[in-house]
Design a protein around this ligand. Structure first.
Ligand code: MSS
Length: 363
């Protein structure tokens, strides 16, 4: 058996009992700790770093943090203090790693073996990117992408392009993106990208660049490895390449969060969470017989917008026996979770309902 891993210093404030610690750079929320709230408490939110986190000193004087804005009429270096005068908004959105659900791929996709917990729903506060760009005269002509660069110090002796966290998203994301300095109504923790993070609601985690130090409006996508060949959907055995789909907008997804193993017979409440990425949810159906028959669940709590998740619940009168409990979300555009997996080399974007189900024993 593996030794229980302790939390790394930069994440020592987290609730250890709510997390599965895969490594010093990767921690996921236990399925049973996701709960049925509309927001994920910060100390339970998953962590994923491609590089070691920067030192705590970068959040010592938050308002002095600088971000360079390029590819606009009037390029400029702005402090968080400057940004705070340009506009403010609060958005709830799901932060989910591209590889959430990777553990279910039978081919052994390389990377962290995330189950369902590399996801959470949090509240972000910051300036709409649009307000910043408008203040600086609008994007340069020919802009097709928004390219954000993380503020990590890069290790010596390596080609920066192979290690840097720099991501491009299509410029259509502009209307929703924000530069955030708060998460869940508190100064954004270093662990989650403080003092400043590019937040692209509805997009996979990797596009939400932490400790953002540069935002550029560009004609092409960055040639950094994390963009050019990383985070690309391709067949098993294939290498990543720029012509393959990039992990941008998230697909519709749900999973059950309780009960997960044994439960007493009689009336039970089946809980879960569901989200549509950039699209509002229509409904969630739950099956107690592995997908043979379905019943619509009801949403629980307030609707925090299209990018947030919605907890759901379904009452069920259970007699003793074994049940395969699965959930299937459908968005307002009619997109629904598939039964199976889209097999792919790195195990990205898994939203198949079958793998995400649980088998419970009712006694
Ligand atoms: N950013 C930076 N700067 N760095 C790094 O590393 N990572 C990614 C994002 N961003 C990074 C960044 C990823 S990859 C993810 S998921 C996210 O982040 C996470 O978050 P948190 O806060 O949870 O940690 Mo996959 O798709």
């Amino acid at each position: 058996a593996e030794e229980p891993k302790t939390l790394p210093d930069y994440a020592a404030w987290k609730d250890r009992s709510a997390l599965i610690v895969h490594s010093a750079n990767t921690m996921e929320t236990q399925r049973g700790a996701i709960g049925n709230g509309v927001l994920t408490p910060s100390d339970r939110l998953f962590v994923r770093n491609n590089l070691p986190a920067p030192p705590e000193s970068i959040v010592a004087d938050r308002d002095a943090w600088e971000v360079r804005i390029e590819g606009v009429k009037n390029p400029k270096t702005l402090t968080i203090g400057d940004l705070k005068k340009m506009g403010v908004t609060t958005v709830a959105s799901v932060l989910q790693c591209s590889g959430n659900g990777r553990a279910f791929f039978p081919h052994g996709a390389s990377g962290t073996q995330w189950s369902v917990g590399a996801a959470g729903c949090v509240m972000w506060t910051g300036v709409p990117l649009k307000d910043v760009v408008d203040t600086l005269g609008g994007p340069a002509e020919g802009t097709r992408y928004i390219t954000s660069t993380g503020g990590e110090e890069l290790p010596d002796g390596l080609d920066p392009k192979t290690v840097m966290v720099e991501r491009s998203v299509p410029v259509r994301a502009m209307d929703h993106a924000l530069l955030a300095w708060e998460m869940n109504d508190e100064p954004l923790p270093l662990t989650h990208g403080g003092p400043l993070r590019m937040v692209v609601p509805g997009y996979y985690g990797v596009n939400n660049v932490k400790y953002v130090k540069n935002v550029a409006f560009t004609e092409g996508q960055t040639t950094a490895k994390i963009q050019a060949s990383g985070y690309r959907i391709r067949d098993i055995g294939k290498k990543g390449a720029p012509d393959q789909p990039s992990m941008w907008e998230m697909n519709v997804k749900s999973w059950v969060t309780a009960p997960l193993t044994n439960t007493a017979s009689g009336r039970n409440m089946i809980y879960g969470v569901a989200f549509g990425g950039t699209v509002d949810l229509e409904k969630v159906d739950v099956s107690l017989d592995g997908g043979k028959t379905w019943k619509q669940a009801r949403f629980l709590g307030p609707d925090l917008g299209p990018n947030a998740w919605r907890p759901f619940v379904m009452a069920a009168d259970l007699s003793p026996g074994e049940y395969r409990v699965v959930s299937k979300a459908t968005d307002v555009k009619g997109n629904s979770q598939p039964e199976g997996r889209t097999e792919n080399e790195r195990g990205y974007g898994h939203n198949g309902w079958n793998d995400h189900g649980v088998t419970i024993t009712v006694g």
